[in-house]
Ligand binder design. Structure first.
Ligand SMILES: [Fe+2]
Ligand SMILES: [Fe+2]
Length: 373
C-alpha cells in the first residue's frame, strides 16, 4: 500500500466516523433500509470534513430552504397544478395561465434544495437542520389547504416590493441607495383565508366585478409579488454566501442552487408585472384597501412592467455600471439580513422566541464564516 492508498483509506475511515457522528448513532445503527428511509445514502461525499464556516453556511441555507419549502407547499396546496382552490387558481391564472405549473415546480425545487443540503451535511459529517418542532402555525381554513402545522404564516404579510424598483435602478443598496416600494402591500394575505369571504368556486373575471372576486384577486396579486420577493432574497443570499465558502465542492453547491433562485426570481418578476398592468391593473382589496395600480401609467424607468432584466447598477466604486445581483453584501443580503427581512414580512408571525433564537443563531454563524485559503 503506497502513501496515496493509505491516505485514501484513512479518509474513508474519517468520513465514515464523521458520517456516523453526523447522523447520530441511533440513525447509524439502523439497518440499511432504515438509513435509506432518511434519504441519505451511506456514501460519503468527496473531500475531508467540512470547515466550521462551510458547515455553518450550509446549515443556514438548509434552514432557509426548509422555510422556503414550507411556504411554497402552502401555495402549492391551494394554487398548484393539483391545487384545491379553483377561485385562487383562476385569480393566479389571471397573472399567467402557467402559474399553477410554475408554483408546483418551484415547490419541488425548494423541497429538493432542503433535502439535498441536509443530506450533504450528513454525508460530510456535519449536523443537519431540523425545524419540525416549530411547525405549529395554523393552516388557512380555505378549501385546498391541508390541516397541518406550518413554519410560516402567509395570512397577513407586509411584502417588501423594493426589489422591483431596485432591479430597474442604477442605485445599489450596497452603496447606500434607499429602498423604494413599487406597491404598498400591507397586512395582506397571500393565500385565501376561508371559503366565506372568497368562495372557492366563484368566477374570477378580469377585471374582477364582485367584492369576493376583488378580494381573491388582491390575494393572488400579493402572492405574485411575494413569489418575487422570496426568490430575489434567495438570489442575494446565495450570492453573499458564495464568497465565504472554502471548499470547492461546497462552492459548486452554493452557486448551483443560487442560480436556480435567480431563475425563479426572474420568472416571478415577469409574472407579477401582470398584476400591475392592463387589463388587470387597478384591483383594490375591499377588506384592506391595498391597491394594485397600473405601473405602466405613467410608467418610466423604475416602473415599466416589462423591464424585468436587471438594469446595470453601481457595483464596484470607480468602475462602470454592471448588471448584477444586488444586494450581495453580508449586511444587506446575508443570513441575518434574510431572517430580519422575513420577520419584517410577517412570515414568522406567531412563532415563539425560541424559533427566532434558533434561526438567528444559525444566521449569525453563517454570516461570520470566512473563506480559508
Ligand atoms: Fe431554494
Ligand atoms: Fe427559492
Amino acid at each position: 500500500m503506497n502513501e496515496r492508498d493509505v491516505q485514501t483509506q484513512w479518509q474513508k475511515v474519517i468520513q465514515r466516523r464523521s458520517f456516523l457522528k453526523g447522523v447520530g448513532m441511533a440513525t447509524a445503527m439502523l439497518p440499511a433500509g432504515g438509513l435509506l428511509a432518511t434519504g441519505v445514502k451511506a456514501v460519503a461525499a468527496s473531500g475531508p470534513r467540512l470547515t466550521a464556516g462551510d458547515a455553518a453556511i450550509l446549515r443556514f441555507l438548509a434552514a432557509a430552504e426548509i422555510i422556503e419549502a414550507d411556504l411554497w407547499q402552502q401555495y402549492n396546496e391551494l394554487g398548484g397544478v393539483d391545487g384545491g382552490n379553483p377561485a385562487y387558481i383562476a385569480a393566479l391564472q389571471n397573472l399567467d395561465g402557467d402559474m399553477p405549473q410554475y408554483i408546483t415546480d418551484n415547490t419541488d425545487d425548494e423541497l429538493s434544495h432542503a433535502a439535498f443540503l441536509n443530506a450533504y451535511l450528513m454525508a460530510r459529517g456535519a449536523e443537519p437542520v431540523n425545524l419540525d418542532e416549530f411547525r405549529r402555525l395554523p393552516s388557512t381554513g380555505a378549501s385546498g389547504a391541508r390541516q397541518v402545522g406550518r413554519l410560516t404564516n402567509l395570512q397577513k404579510l407586509i411584502v417588501d416590493t423594493s426589489f422591483y424598483t431596485r432591479y430597474r435602478s442604477e442605485a445599489n443598496p450596497d452603496l447606500g441607495a434607499p429602498a423604494r416600494q413599487a406597491v404598498n402591500i400591507v397586512n395582506e394575505p397571500a393565500i385565501p383565508l376561508n371559503d366565506t369571504e372568497t368562495p372557492p368556486n366563484t368566477e374570477q373575471p378580469v377585471p374582477p366585478t364582485t367584492a369576493s372576486a376583488r378580494r381573491m384577486q388582491a390575494i393572488a396579486n400579493t402572492a405574485g409579488f411575494h413569489f418575487g420577493y422570496i426568490e430575489q432574497g434567495g438570489a442575494s443570499l446565495y450570492t453573499s454566501m458564495s464568497v465565504k465558502v472554502t471548499d470547492l465542492e461546497v462552492l459548486r453547491i452554493v452557486v448551483s442552487i443560487g442560480g436556480v433562485e435567480v431563475d425563479h426570481f426572474s420568472v416571478w418578476h415577469d409574472k407579477l408585472g401582470n398584476a400591475v398592468s392592463q387589463p388587470l391593473a387597478g384591483v383594490v382589496d375591499p377588506v384592506t384597501g391595498v391597491t394594485f395600480p397600473d405601473l405602466n401609467n405613467p410608467g418610466g424607468e423604475l416602473a415599466q412592467t416589462n423591464k424585468i432584466f436587471p438594469e446595470p447598477t453601481r457595483f464596484i466604486q470607480g468602475l462602470p455600471l454592471v448588471s448584477v445581483i444586488r444586494p450581495s453584501t453580508t449586511a444587506n443580503a446575508g443570513a441575518v439580513a434574510t431572517i430580519k427581512s422575513f420577520t419584517a414580512d410577517l412570515l414568522f408571525q406567531g412563532q415563539p422566541k425560541e424559533f427566532f433564537a434558533r434561526v438567528m443563531a444559525l444566521a449569525e454563524a453563517a454570516d461570520s464564516a470566512k473563506r480559508r485559503v
